[in-house]
Write a protein that binds this ligand. Sequence first.
Ligand code: BES
Ligand code: ZN
Length: 462
Amino acid sequence: MEQVLSYLDQNKDRYLAELKDFLAIPSVSTNPDNKPDVQRCAQWVADQMTTVGLQNVQVMPTAGHPVVYADWLNAAGAPTVLLYGHYDVQPPEPLELWTSPPFEATIRNENLYARGAADDKGQVYIHLKSIEAFLKDGGSLPVNLKLLIEGEEEIGSEHLVPFVTEHKEMLNADLVLISDSSMFAKGVPSICYALRGLAYMQIDLVGPNKDLHSGSFGGSVHNPIQALSEIIAQLHDKNGKVTIPDFYKAVRALSKKERDAFKKLPWSDKKYAKELGVAQLYGEKGFSSLERVWARPTLECNGIWGGFTGEGAKTVLPSKASAKISMRLVPDQKSDKIAKLFEKHIKKIAPKTVSVTVRNLHGGEAAITPIDSPGVMAAVAALEKGFGKKPLYQREGGSIPIVVQFKEILGLDTVLLGFGLPDENAHAPDEFINLDNFFGGMRTSAHFFAELPRFMSGKGRK
Ligand code: BES
Ligand code: ZN
């Protein structure tokens, strides 16, 4: 182990240089123009896997972007880890808000800035380098490993679900390991044990059959932007609750034990509001900020458009208005069911003055993972060694839809070992990974592989 750790320590500069190459590829999965880049990125990951000593490396096509697979299965009798991550990234726009270009990774204040630095290329890369440290010069790993790195996580993992179903044998393992979340705070390592689900919707409203002069027609025709705003404004009540009937029906209540545990976490609403530049926080009455984000369902308008938004002024009563609305879900809400409730409610409250179309763009289910599994215990031990501190337990507000599918299709529990930070600007300009977390993450990854067999002894499948 000492050799592995000193190898990790001696190669830091090279790691940063290589990671910059990975981050230079604009693998934006949602943008059809970037399709060749996404493909090139999959190949980059595959080449890296070969370089670090993994075997059976394959770029495997799907009906969407490719999945990259590799394994190393020579640790007879040891547990098998299925390591999942994603090489696709969110769009970088708005470009003008980046301090340095999104695909030219740049170090400032001990952080590496680039799209995908934390979410999730940087975190995938952490594991690749810890694997390299074990396998260099014909060395070996303490566990068997299967890597599954996909290219559609940021757009809902649509084609990964059939892929996992079709490759059940190939993906058979003892547990799943994912590093695609954050630590509780800088210097505060954590184990995440729950993620929210998602239902992502689009509403399109059409009023008059063409754009109209707002002077000649304004007052006699319902402006679709106004109608849409009225609809959206009705979706929360004055207590911050979502007004869709039955929205909360299936919600699993928080136990007193869990609420008490949240209260003990080192958290300040005042500091949080200040960091975000808001004069006051907002949310569902009767719940703390952490409860609201981690364990309560919510509804957000992600974008709204229509009419004239260019420079200067144009007097127009537009024909159309649209909005993208997502709902974060908690156990035991079902994404499809919530999407249907949403559609029904929107159609009910939409005024007769406009026609409305509601579309379900994608979704995923919330996940809760056991916190007393051998995998989690190995992760706790690894974080303590990698960061010099005992981790705390937290939930997350974000979503990784495949976690539930890993349980349903493969029967596997997931360990969520995140090395990002809550203020890492994921999905926003100036995304970064903190360098202490990057190198601490590599040490933790190595310790995890080393610790796991001891915690799993007698419990593995093999
Ligand atoms: N890394 C995130 C998931 C995440 C976010 C975990 C915040 C913990 C905290 C992941 O890449 C992501 O952004 N997922 C999407 C999923 C969606 C498109 C189905 C999300 O949460 O918006
Ligand atoms: Zn993401």
